[in-house]
Design a protein around this ligand. Structure first.
Ligand SMILES: [Zn+2]
Length: 134
């Protein structure tokens, strides 16, 4: 139970009960049946008892959940490093961040700034129609 988890969030009561029951099943099965169940190879899953498959499914589920959390954390990390040149907001503070890279120079601009700059451009074009011919 006390095992620390990545991206920790408090367990619900139901989740705690589910884990406790799974642990009880595991211990009952391990002590009840003869033989070193802890050392059975995963390759022989066809002959494994029910509790093994239950535990395997549980662990696999936890692993997939952690992988998803890790992916999200990586995406957040990338987003944190992106700053809009127009308003200075960071990737996680905007809807969409656009950008281009030229060598080591990475230029980023957010969706709100593109809308704002486009409006300015429309104003300038209305004031100076000749600009369209350049
Ligand atoms: Zn911006």
């Amino acid at each position: 139970m006390g095992r620390p988890r990545l991206g920790e969030h408090p367990l619900t009561k139901t989740e705690r009960q589910r884990r406790w029951r799974a642990k009880q099943r595991l211990e009952q099965s391990a002590s009840g049946s003869a033989g070193p169940v802890r050392f059975i190879q995963p390759a022989a899953t066809g002959s494994m008892p029910e509790w093994y498959h239950a535990r395997l499914a549980e662990v696999t589920g936890e692993r997939d959940e952690l992988r998803q959390q890790l992916d999200q954390l990586r995406r957040n990390l990338v987003a944190l490093g992106e700053v809009c040149f127009g308003c200075g907001k960071r990737g996680h503070q905007v809807g969409v961040m656009f950008g281009s890279s030229r060598g080591s120079v990475r230029m980023r601009v957010c969706d709100a700034c593109i809308v704002r700059l486009n409006e300015k451009l429309q104003d300038i074009r209305q004031a100076q129609p000749a600009m369209d011919n350049r």
